[in-house]
Ligand binder design. Structure first.
Ligand SMILES: Nc1ncnc2c1ncn2[C@@H]1O[C@H](COP(=O)(O)OP(=O)(O)OP(=O)(O)O)[C@@H](O)[C@H]1O
Length: 375
């Protein structure tokens, strides 16, 4: 069942059309992330759902209730939409202590005192702030302030939670911890959550569904697996993944009933059923799918290792193949390969093909990668 439905939403700021026409259907209880580069319209979309921004045209339905319709003139203000939100700045009241910050909405909603007390103590315990309820926000660290904002969401028990880059002000370690906390929070509250970020790791680690946006237009909507392994176009392929996906120009050809992609005079088999005629094509391979081999096979390419960057459990290897820069990622700590000549293979079932002109993914009969997805 859908909890949030946006239909044909447009949003203009003066003559600037930030959202040219957006349809989005968010299932009840899901964690959906709006992901994209700065200025792609993520925050605007979230603010339209919240009612902090009024769309120029379209319709917003929350939990079956129309809260905005340009056709009928309905506009329900944010405080009556039954939402909880956390924004980049945690928006705590500086003049109120932690307990009041957490329970303000409950007392305004005239909840009985015993309910407020119980929800406060549960929320404080969940974010591990018990004992700090008498402090003012200025007496807390950034991470603790963040957790107060989370505690407020826990206490409010809204059916819909909206979060706009809530972790962006935190240091890397705390961000990783809070990611886990927010994911746990979502599992426990089962609230429909819309999360805005430009950080692909946050999107991949936390979401049920990722919506990738560019210039106010949805490029792809899918599970993290689909977005990572089956990008709909070159924009999505390049935006997701660190180190970035390798994009190469080749030529599709057919010989003896077999299909190949020719790249630097080497023919690599392509996935079965690739729906494209012979000719120029862009193909992509993720760094972790490049095989560095000791003995060349018929489709191996000679490469020179340029830079080797161990990151701990993995090593990023920058290679050069006849002047083309190619990045490989190997699952171990490696320091001995620098400046060596090696061979690399592109496994056929790991190649993704894109139309050179439109940048759209070319479908194939490629089987799903890896069994872990199905598990
Ligand atoms: N109040 C405003 N007045 C004019 N233009 C605006 C306003 N708010 C947003 N925009 C424009 O609308 C577009 C979408 O902005 P939005 O803030 O939604 O992007 P975003 O993807 O959330 O970016 P960021 O990651 O930088 O926050 C941008 O081009 C932005 O400049």
């Amino acid at each position: 069942m859908s909890e949030i439905v946006l239909s044909n939403i447009t949003k203009s700021y003066g003559s600037h059309l930030a959202i040219p026409g957006l349809d989005l259907d968010i299932p009840k209880g899901s964690f959906v992330t709006l992901l994209g580069p700065s200025g792609c319209g993520k925050t605007t979309t979230l603010r339209v759902i919240a009612g902090l921004e009024q769309a120029t045209t379209g319709e917003v339905v929350l939990g079956g209730r129309t809260v905005y319709s340009s056709r009928t003139g309905v506009f329900v203000p944010p405080e009556r939409r039954g939402l909880g939100f956390i924004f980049q700045s945690y928006a705590l009241w500086p003049n109120m202590k932690v307990d009041r910050n957490i329970t303000l909405a409950l007392s305004e909603a005239k909840q009985p005192a015993h309910v407020i007390k119980e929800r406060l103590s549960v929320a404080l315990a969940k974010v591990q702030l018990t004992g700090l309820e008498d402090r003012y926000p200025s007496e807390l660290s950034g991470g603790q302030q963040q957790r107060v904002a989370v505690a407020r969401l826990i206490a409010a028990r809204n059916a819909i939670l909206l979060m706009d880059e809530p972790l962006s002000n935190l240091d890397a370690k705390l961000r990783t911890e809070m990611r886990t906390e927010l994911k746990r929070l979502h599992r426990e509250l089962q609230a429909t959550t819309v999360y805005v970020t430009h950080d692909q790791v946050e999107a991949l680690t936390m979401s049920d569904i990722i919506v990738v946006m560019k210039d106010g237009v949805i490029q792809q909507q899918g599970t993290p697996y689909e977005i990572y392994h089956d990008p709909a176009n070159l924009f999505v392929a390049e935006f997701i993944g660190d180190p970035r996906i390798n994009l190469l120009d080749g030529t599709l050809s057919t010989a003896g009933g077999e299909r190949f992609v020719r790249f630097e005079e080497t023919d690599t088999p392509v996935p079965a059923g690739l729906q494209s005629t012979d000719g120029p094509v862009t193909f992509a391979i993720r760094p972790e799918n490049i095989a560095i081999v000791e003995r060349p096979g018929p489709a191996s390419l000679a490469a020179e290792v340029d830079i080797v960057q161990p990151t701990g459990s993995q090593t990023i290897i920058s290679l050069s193949v006849k002047g083309h820069r190619i990045t490989a990622l190997i699952p171990r700590f490696e320091t001995t390969l620098a400046k060596k000549n090696v061979w690399i293979d592109f496994p056929a079932d790991r190649l993704t093909f894109f139309d050179k002109r439109s940048g759209t993914r070319i479908p194939s009969a490629k089987p799903a990668l890896g069994a872990s997805h199905a598990a």
